[in-house]
Design a protein around this ligand. Structure first.
Ligand code: ATP
Ligand code: MG
Length: 391
């Protein structure tokens, strides 16, 4: 018989009236996350989600890792099954919790009994197993008030279960519980992290990448597809929208003053992203911008970029240090791909002396020679949608 997983919900539980809907969304997200791993039964009872393997060959280690990436789950514990007999339960607890018991200074046992035909009450079972554990691990004393370790036992229909100490889940809220946004995904370090952070707030994301072939190579596109794939572990399945950006960049290069290249380019990105957002029902645009990091990330530059928009721009990295962003990027698994050395469209036409404190009027004047609407429509007609799935 296999271990089972118990997932404790986070903010979901606080959501009062929405609670049922949130739980259903979370159960659906856990199911979808486990689909490529094997056949699992997933259901919710008393604010705990249970995951049980439906076949002996199921990879419980992989499932245990995977559910730690589902937003809305705060704690995950793994429980080992044993026979429904007090001595079998005590024996299992002694061997399964060995490391936890050796590490902790104090513990208590809590039992739950959904099989009412079990001969001991919950309290009797806790006392019995607590006594056996205390004897087996004399360095760990019983403390029912402030124990370092809580040993959980459950007597259920098919078996009894002993829980190990829980590990942290991904936190946040279930993806899909808080609407949809478009996320601008470059090949860099920052935008995968900003995507992760907004997904963690329960937002489903549509990644958009601006692609300037042949100035940026086919490999640069593959890199963004790979980053999207890595992000599906957290964000769920996504459709990457790849926008042809070459003609727009060439027009900017040919018709606008060089010091404004980056600012004008960013205004096009925003306009196109907003059109895609309106098309798919998204309500905001997410970017990986970080105040002061590069020339286009001054407050004035951001104002000129956002002046073309009618929806909020979410910039979750705006106040973070680069080291913090890098740490997160490693944690979520995108760092090694982000640092692969393919060029980004921003680096191709970088002005030698970019304007850092522009006024909106100045930038508007600088782009006046362009047929903005026609260029936006042309780019939208060429969008390639690439479905990206987990594994
Ligand atoms: P990143 O590490 O995410 O590339 P960055 O520090 O290089 O960020 P910029 O190049 O100024 O910063 O880009 C700021 C944000 O604009 C990026 O985080 C991303 O959200 C978006 N962006 C930049 N280039 C592209 C692109 N080619 N396609 C889609 N979005 C982009
Ligand atoms: Mg970049």
């Amino acid at each position: 018989m296999n271990d089972i997983l118990l997932l404790k919900l986070g903010e979901v539980v606080l959501k009062g009236l929405n609670r049922k809907g949130f739980e259903q969304k979370l159960v659906a997200n856990v199911r979808r996350r486990l689909l490529p791993i094997g056949n699992f039964r997933v259901y919710c009872m008393q604010s705990t989600i249970y995951v049980e393997a439906q076949e002996d060959s199921a990879d419980m280690d992989a499932a245990f890792e995977a559910v730690q990436q589902v937003f809305g789950v705060v704690k995950v514990s793994r429980a080992a099954p044993c026979e429904k007999d007090k001595d079998a339960i005590a024996k299992k607890a002694i061997e399964y919790l060995r490391e936890d018991m050796l590490r902790a200074k104090s513990f208590k046992v809590e039992s739950k009994r959904s099989d009412k035909s079990f001969p001991l009450s919950s309290i009797q079972l806790s006392q019995y197993v607590g006594g056996e554990l205390a004897e087996a691990y004399p360095g760990c004393a019983v403390d029912v008030h402030e124990p370092e370790l809580v040993v959980n036992l459950e007597v259920r229909d098919l078996a009894a279960y002993v829980h190990a100490a829980p590990v942290d889940g991904a936190g946040g809220m279930p993806v899909g519980s808080n609407g949809v946004a478009v996320t601008l995904l470059s090949g860099g370090i920052d935008s995968p992290v900003s995507t992760y952070m907004i997904a963690r707030r329960g937002v489903r994301l549509i990644p958009v990448h601006f692609f300037s072939f042949p100035y940026t190579s086919e490999q640069a596109k593959e890199k963004v597809i790979e980053l999207t794939r890595l992000l599906t572990a957290w964000c769920g399945r996504m459709d990457l929208e790849v926008v042809p950006f070459t003609h727009i960049q060439e027009e900017i290069r040919d018709k606008c003053p060089e010091e404004y290249f980056t600012l004008i380019m960013r205004r096009f990105m925003m306009r196109i992203a907003e059109r895609i957002a309106l098309d798919v029902g998204a309500k905001a645009i997410v970017t990986g911008e970080n105040l002061g990091q590069v020339a286009s990330q001054t407050m004035e530059a951001m104002a000129s970029t956002q002046a073309v928009l009618h929806m909020p721009v979410l910039q979750p990295l705006v106040g973070m240090d680069k080291e913090e962003i890098v740490r997160l990027s490693r944690k979520i698994g995108t760092f090694d791909t982000s640092i692969l050395p393919y060029e980004d469209c921003c680096t191709v036409f970088t002005p030698r002396h970019p304007r850092t404190r522009p006024t909106v009027a100045e930038v508007e004047k600088a782009e006046a020679a362009l047929d903005v609407d026609a260029l936006v429509e042309e780019a939208l007609r060429g969008v390639e949608r690439i479905p990206v799935r987990n594994e």
